[in-house]
Ligand binder design. Structure first.
Ligand code: SF4
Ligand code: SF4
Length: 277
């Protein structure tokens, strides 16, 4: 369930660093005296794939999902907007929790699946820096030390995280761009495109299918059909688009105009982006 929020400094300094072969002894099931108490007053940062899964589970459009269930905010240290699950104003409970547990359990977010494990990842891949797991212990959670010990590897496998890891790979590529090392924030129009492409997939689909997008970019017909009908294909495509439109990476190929000269990529990207608004 939710991810508590110890500071990064505290995690790096004080938390034991665990690997996949280390063990966790933890049980979580209906009937425990703490059942669902972790689904209250928490900061759950949603990934693009979390939003895809949850909006499908709730059978709502991504725009409606973002409006009803999330807060989109910049934190002081963030250079880009983050999407947080919005807790109820009156009782601070997650809007998706019921007395029987999570109403979107099969499609619950990555952070909820991971709890009580956290994952610390180095910002830039460097063989000398390894990511590690750590255990979050909170008084409200009574699952620690119960049940049989199992390896983190098996515990994680049991949480259905495989699809989340696979779909997270293309998002990670966006996050690996050197832009994030600079002391800059995304300009507003790029931040808006980032939120649309990464989180508001139904709007992004309209952006590509209801503008001149495909007359500007050379996209294989089979892929066009796949992104028309499959949200996961569309999300992967959106990540390639972000790498192109935010950072000028060569992830998209421009069509050559009939006259011969190739359009400058920046102009084409900006033209297509402008038409989405
Ligand atoms: S999404 Fe589900 S598991 Fe996560 S906090 Fe809400 S109710 Fe709990
Ligand atoms: S054991 Fe922990 S994770 Fe499970 S319901 Fe209780 S508080 Fe939540």
């Amino acid at each position: 369930m939710p991810e508590a929020s110890p500071s990064q400094e505290t995690i790096l300094r004080d938390y034991p660093r665990l690997g996949l072969d280390d063990e966790l002894q933890f049980r979580c099931e209906p009937g425990m005296d703490c059942f669902t108490s972790c689904c209250r007053d928490v900061s759950i940062v949603l990934t693009p794939y979390d939003v895809l899964r949850m909006k499908k589970a709730l059978q709502v459009d991504s725009t409606e999902f973002l409006k009803k269930y999330t807060i989109i905010a910049y934190t002081q240290k963030q250079k880009l907007p983050i999407v947080l699950l919005k807790m109820n104003a009156e009782d601070k409970r997650c809007p998706l929790v019921t007395k029987d547990g999570c109403s979107v359990y099969t499609h619950r977010p990555w952070a909820c699946r991971m709890y009580p494990l956290g994952l610390a990842e180095p910002k830039n891949p460097n063989p000398a820096e390894h990511g590690f797991y750590f255990v979050i212990r909170e008084d409200l959670c009574h699952g620690h030390g119960k049940g049989s010990p199992c390896s983190l590897r098996n515990w994680i496998a049991g949480q259905g995280l495989e699809a989340f890891e696979m779909m997270g790979a293309s998002f990670r590529q966006v996050m690996l761009n050197d832009f994030w090392k600079k002391d800059e924030r995304l300009p507003d129009e790029k931040a808006e495109m980032y939120v649309t492409a990464a989180y508001d997939l139904d709007r992004f689909r309209r952006f590509v299918f209801e503008t001149r997008f495909f007359s500007l970019f050379d996209i294989d017909e089979a892929r066009v059909e796949a992104i028309r009908t499959d949200d996961e294909e569309l999300l992967d495509f959106a990540m390639e688009w972000l790498r192109f439109s935010l950072f000028g990476e060569k992830t998209m190929r421009l069509k050559r105009p009939a006259g011969g000269e190739k359009r400058p990529s920046r102009a084409a990207g900006e033209e297509a982006t402008a038409q989405a608004r």
